[in-house]
Write a protein that binds this ligand. Structure first.
Ligand SMILES: Nc1ncnc2c1ncn2[C@@H]1O[C@H](COP(=O)(O)OP(=O)(O)OP(=O)(O)O)[C@@H](O)[C@H]1O
Length: 735
């Protein structure tokens, strides 16, 4: 009997289309790439999952069996790629206004022959739907690290053999007429590093990208009444720089009294011909690169964007922007910790991931039609702010590496979540207090069965009128794209329920004796998930929600799995009495009264904590400041515990006053900035001459430009700088 030899996965290729397969077979014959030493065939294709299980004989006698196996794998794959018959999942209605399409990058030359390219994992692309517009695509990946199969729904998937021109005609061309009618369109390329984002958006002279193709079409459409101008900018470390300006000036993102975004310092260059634009686009990019130090320094990673302005010209020669097209080439996602070799690029990677998450949170909020969109948390989102909401079109193109890549899986996971959301419930402010007292798990239980989880998070101030802010507080966990959530280390939670698509689920964690909740994950206010830290090793591994048939239908089991890499502990918490549904806005108020404590059963830890806190509060407020004498007039030693509690109360009162003082200091400071003269402003440490004149300009646009400390970011101050300034102001009071 001949010995069987296992075919290494790396020697097998997965090609996602028949044409690609044929092309490669031909190439394989020539180059002997991926050669399998069999009897009468030189090259074949196989899914890596199949390859893992197949053994290959080196003897001719087994080649027939091999061919049968491989043929069946091939037929299977081709049928999956081309037909809608083999659906593994029930089709869901893809929701939201954001269109999400995927693009699988073609193989690079060296990938065709190396082990990397050969270990492909995009095993299948299921297309469903018969019309061009209603199709849904499910992408399947074999996760080689966990032997799982991951499936993601997107609106469309462009295969390796499909070029950028096809993407243009399907995604961009139909939007051009709408931009001339006054709507804005935004196209965002998102994905892991080297997944083909720049090639898709910017392209090259030989293979023009979407920006170039769009400009070609726009210039064809533009008549005498219209003109075209472009701006190109990049966002580095949450600062926006003008790429068309040789000095690379920083762009200030301002908002006028009407809430209109103004990009101060961003060049707008008129374009009349394609070669002119081509020169501008490529030289602009070159100039941005030239600002980096040459030699050993790695090119800085940034988000780059092109803005095409359509201008309406009147007879007097004046022009007004009527519509915009944005093409955004996001910096590539990568797991900063895993990919940081010496720690040097760790901070950069972390910051980029944070900004990607912040942008995705914005898109998610817009897509879900949330009342509060966290524009202020992302500079890029602030630049795009007037192009995202309402009828404006947003399209995300998720670029995928064609081989197994955990970062690619992370990217598609995040993007596909946009397709499974439903508009969220807006909870009244009375529910807000609970957000600080327990872990909130918010799930949009769409029919598709995919849910989201989130964290309670401090609401930053926006310039909404105060009344709007109060009433529109959205308690739905919006922080969908939390930076610490890493699909490579953490399993995706899937919350499957059939009904109640827009339910919000409140979760209290039962801290049973065997449950280990990593302490470092709990922030002071009790929220388990915070977006402050990237790549925290201790994360929730999995969270599943299942109905327990034998119990009341309103009770469900939540299983949370934690992984703490540092101490190698895995723990699970099963809570049976803590879930409750909120059915629609009308009942929210009523329902929330029942959310925390289920009276018939023992209260959860969070409920007990709330009770304790309330008791303490009422005790403090009711404690008399002087100790009254007992009625019998007998002198007694004062009770020491009471003294202690009294002093606790005093320290509580002191800290209360403290925060009051802090608030009034901040208010005074902002009031000063809103009213002081230029000379007075110049005298403030950290403001200086330039910022002083800039503040005056802002005050011309809006009488009170600074309503919160966050607004100081508009004059280019970082949160750290603001904090330092406030410290100095406080110190000044006592000097
Ligand atoms: N469709 C394609 N077919 C073949 N090769 C491609 C394709 N798209 C991109 N590439 C190649 O892949 C590499 C990475 O492409 P690109 O620079 O566009 O990726 P990126 O996602 O923008 O990278 P980064 O995350 O670093 O910005 C380049 O060498 C490019 O030539």
């Amino acid at each position: 009997m001949e010995r069987l030899r296992t075919l290494p996965v790396s020697k097998a290729k997965v090609i996602s289309s028949l044409e690609e397969r044929e092309g490669l077979c031909e190439r394989g014959r020539r180059e002997k790439a991926g050669e399998v030493h069999g009897g009468d065939f030189k090259y074949t294709t196989v899914t890596p999952s199949s390859a893992r299980f197949f053994s290959v004989s080196i003897h001719n006698g087994y080649s027939l069996i091999l061919r049968l196996i491989f043929q069946s794998a091939l037929i299977n794959q081709v049928s999956m790629a081309s037909s809608s018959r083999t659906q593994t999942k029930p089709s869901s209605i893809l929701s939201g206004k954001v269109r999400v399409s995927a693009r699988i990058r073609g193989f690079r030359d060296h990938e065709l022959t190396s082990d990397v390219g050969c270990s492909s994992s995009i095993t299948s692309v299921h297309k469903a739907g018969d019309s061009e517009h209603s199709e849904k695509v499910t992408l399947s990946f074999d996760d080689q690290t966990s032997s799982r199969k991951n499936e993601y729904d997107v609106d469309h998937c462009y295969l390796q053999n499909e070029d950028t021109a096809l993407i243009f005609s399907k995604e961009i061309k139909p939007q051009i007429a709408r931009v001339f009618e006054g709507e804005n369109s935004t196209f965002i390329a998102f994905g892991a590093r080297s997944s083909g984002k720049t090639c898709t958006i910017q392209g090259s002279e030989e293979n023009p990208g979407l920006g170039m193709l769009a400009m070609g079409e726009i210039l064809k459409t533009v008549g005498e009444k219209h003109a075209v101008a472009v701006s190109i900018y990049e966002v580095v470390h949450n600062h926006v720089y003008d790429v068309l300006d040789a000095k690379n000036t920083e762009v200030q993102v301002l908002e006028d009294a009407q809430g209109k975004i103004m990009l101060k310092g961003l060049s707008k260059v008129r374009v009349t011909s394609l070669p002119e634009f081509q020169k501008l686009y490529s030289s602009g990019v070159t100039s941005s690169k030239s600002t980096q130090k040459i030699t050993l320094e790695a090119p800085r990673r940034s988000h780059k964007a092109l803005m095409i302005h359509i201008l309406a010209c009147n007879e007097g020669g004046n022009s007004k922007c009527i519509g915009k097209m944005n093409f955004v080439d996001l910096a590539g996602y990568e797991n900063a910790r895993r990919n940081s070799i010496d720690g040097t690029n760790f901070i950069e990677g972390t910051q980029i991931n944070k900004s990607l998450n912040a942008l995705l949170n914005v898109i998610h909020a817009v897509n879900a039609n949330e009342a509060r969109v966290p524009y202020r948390e992302s500079k890029l989102a602030r630049v795009l702010q007037d192009s995202l909401p309402g009828n404006n079109h947003i399209s995300m193109i998720v670029c995928l590496n064609p081989f197994f890549c955990p970062d690619t899986i992370h990217a598609i996971t995040l993007a596909s979540r946009l397709k499974n959301i439903k508009p969220v419930s807006v909870l009244s402010s009375s529910t807000k207090k609970y957000s600080n007292s327990g872990v909130m798990l918010s799930a949009n239980k769409a029919n598709s069965g995919v849910g989201v989880f989130s964290t309670t998070k401090k609401l930053t101030n926006s310039r909404l009128p105060l009344s709007t802010k109060k009433t529109n507080t959205v308690l739905k966990g919006r922080n969908l794209f939390d930076s610490k959530e890493d699909v490579n280390d953490t399993k995706e939670q899937v919350l499957s329920t059939e009904n109640n698509p827009s339910n919000v689920v409140k979760l209290d964690i039962c801290n049973g004796g065997s449950t280990h909740v990593p302490e470092k994950k709990c922030t002071s206010d009790g929220a388990l998930f915070s977006s402050d830290v990237e790549d925290i090793s201790s994360t929730i591994l999995a969270c599943s929600l299942e109905e327990i048939p034998e119990l009341d239908t309103k009770q469900e089991r939540v299983s949370l799995e934690f992984k703490d890499e540092d101490v190698s502990v895995k723990a699970q918490s099963n809570c049976t009495d803590l879930m409750h549904h909120v059915n629609g806005d009308d009942n929210i108020e009523k329902e929330n009264n029942h959310l925390i404590v289920n009276e018939s059963q023992s209260p959860s830890l969070t409920a007990r904590l709330i009770e304790l806190r309330e008791n303490l509060k009422s005790f403090c407020s009711s404690t008399p400041l002087s100790v009254s004498r007992p009625h019998d007039h007998e002198p007694k030693t004062p009770i020491t515990t009471h003294k202690l509690e009294l002093s606790n109360c005093q320290s509580g009162t002191f800290s209360k006053h403290n925060s009051g003082m802090k608030h009034s200091l901040v208010q005074d400071y902002l009031q000063f900035l809103n009213s002081a003269s230029k000379d007075e402003l110049k005298g403030i440490p950290g403001i200086g001459k330039k910022r002083a004149s800039y503040i005056l300009e802002l005050r011309e646009e809006s009488p009170e430009p600074f309503k919160s400390l966050d607004d100081l970011q508009d004059i280019g101050l970082s949160a750290k700088q603001v904090k330092t300034m406030m410290k100095k102001a406080a110190a000044h009071l006592f000097s």
